[in-house]
Design a protein around this ligand. Structure first.
Ligand code: ZN
Length: 301
């Protein structure tokens, strides 16, 4: 069975069932699968479909093309932050037509923090299958899954400190790695290769790119053979343990800091992202990577 979750002309998310496993695929490869709201709601619809399908026992979240996800859409032609959608994650009024913190807080509560929490609680196991870039908002998608299987060319980064913002909205950093690694990850905006992410406990397995799919689906099939209720209760048990380790309360408090940063940017500068769009962020990232690799030829005289 194969189908596409489409809204408008572009199939921004595809849905497929292979045996007992649903494959939900981010499908904006021409924009490194940048996540706009259209994609958010298409993802949500695909996950709901997988939950409601009794034949589906596990879910794989994948990204089409070279990269898993370059993050939230902060600059493609399909950016849709001023559009209204039928809200699902939180009970809140629409951000459209409001201003300032009221607008940003409503929107990000729904499409970022709220949605990721909603997905993290999906009662079927979810595996993120990650290749290439998994940056900022891409981390939120991968972290909402139960665990990550990465190819050896995958890398992870959260560069939003460049915007003066303390990490992405779903602030799981100190829980998915450790606090000191999280600080380095955020302070430097460095790309952590898959192997390093595995050593820090953020990634479960690293496999050659050409084996990523086979490895992931073999594991998903083994998980799918377990009893459905047992898996659902186990997921809840571990999620509750993470919350007891402070995940939920920590995220709530950091969400406030995140919005203080957005507000500061908007108050003193051009916009809530410190004037940095996707192009500017990519350029800054490349310069920093070159500097880290010792290839920085632009040095003071
Ligand atoms: Zn934000």
């Amino acid at each position: 069975m194969s189908d596409e979750e489409t809204q408008g002309e572009a199939p921004v998310v595809t849905y497929e069932v292979r045996g007992s496993v649903a494959v939900v695929t981010l499908n904006r490869p021409e924009y490194t699968n940048a996540q706009n709201s259209k994609m958010t709601y298409a993802l949500d619809a695909a996950f709901v479909r997988a939950v409601n399908d009794d034949a589906v026992k596990a879910i794989v979240l994948a990204g089409a093309g070279k990269h898993f996800s370059g993050g939230h859409d902060i600059g493609t032609p399909g950016r849709d932050i001023d559009e209204s959608f039928d809200r699902k994650a939180v009970i809140h009024w629409d951000h459209v037509g409001t201003e300032g913190v009221e607008s940003r807080f409503a929107r990000e509560s729904e499409v970022y923090l709220g949605m990721c929490r909603r997905w993290a609680e999906i009662p079927k196991p979810m595996i993120a299958m990650v290749q290439g870039a998994c940056i900022a908002g891409g981390l939120m998608l991968a972290w909402s899954c139960d665990f990550i299987i990465a190819s050896d060319d995958a890398f992870f980064a959260d560069p939003v400190v460049r915007m003066g913002i303390p990490g992405v909205e779903y602030f799981a950093h100190p829980w998915v790695m450790n606090p000191r690694a999280a600080k380095e990850f955020l302070y430097t905006a460095d790309r952590f290769p898959a192997q390093r992410a595995k050593e820090l406990g953020m990634v479960n397995h690293v496999v050659p790119r050409e084996e990523l799919e086979d490895f992931t689906f073999a594991m998903a099939d083994r998980i799918a053979a377990m009893p459905r209720l047992g898996l659902a209760l186990t997921k809840k048990a571990v999620n509750q343990a993470e919350d007891l380790m402070g995940l939920r309360a920590g995220m709530d408090s950091v969400f406030g800091l995140h919005h203080a940063a957005h507000a500061h940017n908007a108050e003193v500068g051009r916009d809530s992202l410190a004037g940095l769009d996707s192009r500017a962020m990519a350029k800054a990232g490349k310069q920093a990577a070159a500097q880290a690799a010792g290839k920085d030829t632009v040095s003071p005289a």
